[in-house]
Write a protein that binds this ligand. Structure first.
Ligand SMILES: *Cc1c(COP(=O)(O)O)cnc(C)c1O
Length: 449
């Protein structure tokens, strides 16, 4: 038996102390494809891709191989004055995969840092052009951009962000494009993106002081997989253009095929000025992130060492060769197997499986885009009224599912799935049948008690 001493030392992210003690973390020993194996000897389906990163499953043979080979070549080299051959290869590959306008690639370590870099680039861009007034940001309500302070300052989830914003720096916020509970009472099929009237208003009042607008394109992830139509993006881009504001698309969660297009902005046929990428970049293996920037923005950063045009930013492990090797292998899998297009029929199967959950009286707001799918737990389907927080229904669902060997971690009242791109039909069947069993069990108990 392993010792439990580690529990006396551990501080878990996003987890209250009591929860950590009452529900100690499951110890995972190994993984394969969609499965994880605990030290309890049980098999679990990872339906959420270990926080949305597992692009080709756990211990994918090709990616494993690439990382092992790199390990015997070079583990790390600093990235100023030097670059590993693998990171150089990755940079060329990214140049092929990214929209051609997003030509410059700046590396950092994770999604939050890719956002920090984007925010700093936006500020410095305006500063070197002599527009010092542009020092503020606008972000979408309900948005999530990471947990470092700069990223938190543009975050729109009160329970995560408010305390720190009040003590640090607060951006301007719009309404959330939350179609299931539309802030303007419209239907996404025939709305005119009225949710972005709020952006129109913010920019009319503060536009000349705003450096950049940051948003999660198509899917607001952490708030609860809020999927919105491309017309919202069209409106964001048009308004930002009018006010000369840099568009920052945070594709950390949705980039590299998650939504059925290589990048979520592709759904609208738009290319942002800056794009942030992380999660699936290394296939979920190692931390690495990219901030990709249009050349016309980079032009303002061209100059000598004594100009004010250098971006003085970098992380110790920037462009780490092992992470780069995982990313090269991941991108090669994407290119060689023509993802996400080659997964279209499986994505449709995924969508059908999700829709089949919709006839339950406590499930509503079923939505999907590519391999991102979600539904909401409601007490009353007509009024969309949720269960009171104290009932902890979503938490019960995740616990019962775990007992059945299915890993899902609801976000608020939203249950979601983020399967790997190479998931099989039979595996999706397993996921949805375990979900149905779980829901039945939770709500039978709930209505009888
Ligand atoms: C996860 C996430 C981040 C933060 O990434 P980390 O690697 O956790 O720092 C930023 N933006 C979005 C949209 C995310 O989903």
């Amino acid at each position: 038996m392993r010792s439990n001493l580690w529990l006396d030392h551990l501080w878990m992210p996003f987890t209250s102390h009591n929860e950590m003690l009452d529900y100690p973390p499951l110890v995972i020993e190994r993984g394969s494809g969609i499965y994880l194996y605990g030290d309890d000897g049980k098999q679990y389906i990872d339906a959420i891709g270990s926080w949305w990163v597992s692009a080709f499953g756990h211990c994918n043979p090709q990616i494993n191989d690439a990382v092992k080979k790199q390990l015997d070549k070079l583990e790390h080299v600093l990235m100023a004055g030097f670059i590993s051959d693998t990171t150089a290869e990755l940079t060329s590959l990214l140049g092929e995969v990214l929209p051609p306008q997003l030509k410059r690639i700046f590396y950092s370590d994770n999604g939050s840092t890719s956002v920090e870099v984007a925010l700093k680039i936006a500020l410095q861009y305006h500063a070197v052009r002599g527009d010092d007034e542009r020092s503020e940001f606008v972000a979408l309500g309900g948005g999530y951009h990471g947990d470092t302070l700069g990223a938190v300052s543009v975050g729109g989830i009160p329970s995560f962000h408010t305390l720190f914003q009040e003590r640090f720096k607060k951006a301007h916020f719009t309404d959330s494009p939350y179609c299931f509970r539309c802030p303007s009472g419209k239907d996404p099929q025939n709305c005119s993106a009225e949710c972005m009237d709020s952006l129109h208003n913010v920019l009319n009042e503060h536009g000349s002081r705003i450096a950049g607008c940051i948003f999660e394109p198509m899917v607001q992830g952490a708030i609860g997989m809020r999927i919105y139509p491309p017309k919202v993006l069209h409106r964001i881009f048009a308004l930002c253009k009018k006010h000369k504001i840099i568009t920052i698309a945070d594709e950390v969660a949705v980039g590299f095929g998650r939504t059925g297009e290589m990048f979520a902005c592709d759904h609208a046929g738009l290319v942002p000025d800056i794009m942030c990428l992380a999660k699936c970049l290394t296939g979920g293996y190692l931390p690495l992130a990219v901030t990709a920037v249009k050349e016309e923005i980079y032009d303002e950063f061209k100059g000598g060492p004594f100009s004010n045009r250098t971006l003085n930013h970098g992380h110790t492990f920037t462009g780490n060769p092992l992470a780069s090797a995982a990313a090269v292998a991941t991108l090669k899998l994407l290119i060689q197997d023509k993802y996400p297009k080659s997964a279209e029929s499986v994505m449709q199967y995924f969508a059908k499986g999700l829709s089949s959950l919709d006839n339950h009286k406590n499930i509503s707001g079923v939505r999907h885009l590519g391999f991102a799918g979600a539904f909401e737990i409601v007490k009353n389907k007509e009024t969309k009224e949720p269960f009171p927080k104290e009932t902890q229904v979503p938490f019960k669902i995740s616990q019962i599912a775990l007992q059945k060997g299915l890993i899902i971690r609801p976000l608020g009242n939203t249950v979601y799935y983020m399967p790997p791109f190479n998931i099989k039909i039979e595996e999706l069947d397993q996921i949805f049948s375990l979900t149905k069993e779980t829901i039945e069990e939770v709500f039978n108990e709930h209505t009888s008690s």
